[in-house]
Design a protein around this ligand. Structure first.
Ligand SMILES: Nc1ncnc2c1ncn2[C@@H]1O[C@H](COP(=O)(O)OP(=O)(O)OP(=O)(O)O)[C@@H](O)[C@H]1O
Length: 324
C-alpha cells in the first residue's frame, strides 16, 4: 500500500481519523506482508507555526523557509520507510496539489499505490475547534485550570488558520495523484468510517489493487536550487510545445522527437491521431508548471536539471495523451 495521504482543513479532525485508520490497519495486517507507519507533524515535532506567513515579508511569501524545511523533513521521513511492504499513513494538511503530486510520484517510483483520504468538515466547525484550543492554551498559560477535553494539541494563530483555509487546494479525483479519493466527514459514525476504510484497503492492498509500474514521469524530481528554476521550467516546456507544433503531421498524430542537451538521449512524444493546437498544449504546459512550480520544499531532496525537466514534461504529455 502504500501511501495514504490525509488532507483537510486545519483542525478538521485529520489526526483523529488517522489514528482510527491506524487502529483499523493494525488489526488487518497481522499475517500479511505489511508493516505500518504513522507520520505526522506531531511525530516529527513540526510546530503549526511553520505554516504562518504573517511574519514573512509579502514579497517573499511563496518562499516560507520554515514550511519548506518542514516539507523536506516530511518527505524524507516518508521516503525512508515507503515500500510495497510498508503502509504509510501521512497525517497532515497536505493542502498543495503539487505536493500531493510529488508524494504520488514517490510512491509510484517504489511501485506501491497511493491514495488520498480527505477529511470533510465545515469551515465553521473546524474554526470552532481551533478557537477552543486557543482558549485552552491561554487558560493553561494563565494557570486557570487543567485541560479536561484531552485535546492538548497546539492551536494555530487565527490569521495562520484563516490563511491555511484560503490556501487549501481541494483534491480532484479526476487527477492521477488525487485518486483513488476517499472521504470521511466529521459526522460519519463508526460504521460509515469502517466502510470507507474497507474500500480503501480493497483499493490499495486487497485483490482489487492496481499493479504499479514506475515511469519517468513519476520518478520524483527536485528543483535546481542554484539556477533560476522558474525560468528554466518556462523555457524548457515552451521549447517542447514549439517542437510539437513544428513537427506534428498535417493531420496530427505521429511521434515528435525531443533531444536532451548534448544529444545524449532522444525523447518521444506520442501524439494522438488528431491535430493538436497551441491552446491545448499551453493548457497542458500550464498544468504541468502548476504542479512543478517552486515552493514545495524538495530542493534538498534531489536536484532537477533542465534535462530531467524536459523528460518529465514529455512523460506528462504522453500520460495525458495515453488514453486517446
Ligand atoms: N468526527 C469528530 N467528531 C467529534 N470530535 C472530533 C471529530 N474529529 C475530531 N474531533 C475533535 O476535534 C479536535 C481536533 O481534532 P484533530 O486533532 O483530529 O484535528 P486535526 O485536523 O488533526 O488538527 P490539526 O490541523 O491541528 O492537526 C479534537 O479534540 C478531536 O477530539
Amino acid at each position: 500500500m502504500p501511501l495514504i495521504i490525509l488532507t483537510g482543513l486545519p483542525t478538521s479532525g485529520k489526526s483523529t481519523r488517522a489514528k482510527q485508520l491506524h487502529d483499523y490497519l493494525a488489526e488487518r495486517i497481522p499475517g500479511t506482508k505489511y508493516r505500518l507507519h504513522l507520520i505526522s507533524d506531531d511525530s516529527l515535532s513540526i510546530s503549526r507555526s511553520v505554516y504562518d506567513l504573517s511574519t514573512v515579508p509579502v514579497h517573499t511569501r511563496s518562499a516560507n523557509a520554515s514550511e519548506k524545511d518542514a516539507r523536506a523533513a516530511i518527505y524524507g521521513a516518508v521516503k525512508r520507510v515507503l515500500s510495497d511492504k510498508d503502509i504509510v499513513i501521512l497525517d497532515g494538511l497536505n493542502y498543495i496539489k503539487g505536493w500531493r503530486y510529488q508524494l504520488h510520484c514517490e510512491a509510484k517510483a517504489v511501485r506501491t499505490p497511493s491514495c488520498i483520504l480527505q477529511i470533510g468538515c465545515s469551515k465553521e466547525r473546524a474554526q470552532q475547534v481551533n478557537e477552543d484550543r486557543l482558549k485552552r492554551s491561554q487558560a493553561t498559560a494563565d494557570e486557570e485550570g487543567a485541560d479536561t477535553t484531552g485535546d492538548t494539541a497546539e492551536p494555530y494563530e487565527p490569521a495562520n488558520w484563516e490563511n491555511l483555509v484560503f490556501r487549501h487546494e481541494e483534491p480532484n479525483p479526476m487527477t492521477r495523484w488525487d485518486s483513488p479519493l476517499f472521504t470521511i466527514i466529521w459526522e460519519d459514525d463508526d460504521e460509515q468510517v469502517k466502510k470507507t476504510f474497507d474500500s480503501l484497503w480493497e483499493a490499495v492492498a486487497g485483490d482489487g489493487r492496481k499493479i504499479i509500474r514506475p515511469n519517468q514521469a513519476t520518478e520524483p524530481r527536485g528543483r535546481d536550487a542554484s539556477g533560476d528554476y522558474l525560468y528554466m521550467l518556462d523555457r524548457e516546456t515552451q521549447d517542447i510545445v514549439k517542437r510539437i507544433l513544428d513537427q506534428q503531421g498535417d493531420d496530427g498524430g505521429g511521434e515528435v522527437r525531443v533531444s536532451l542537451s548534448g544529444g545524449k538521449k532522444e525523447l518521444v512524444v506520442e501524439l494522438p491521431a488528431r491535430k493538436i493546437g497551441l491552446p491545448e498544449l499551453q493548457r497542458h504546459r500550464r498544468a504541468f508548471m502548476g504542479l512543478n512550480r517552486g515552493g514545495i520544499g524538495l530542493e534538498k531532496v534531489t536536484n532537477m536539471a533542465a534535462d530531467s525537466l524536459r523528460e518529465s514534461f514529455v512523460n506528462y504529455l504522453n500520460n495525458a495523451f495515453e488514453n486517446e
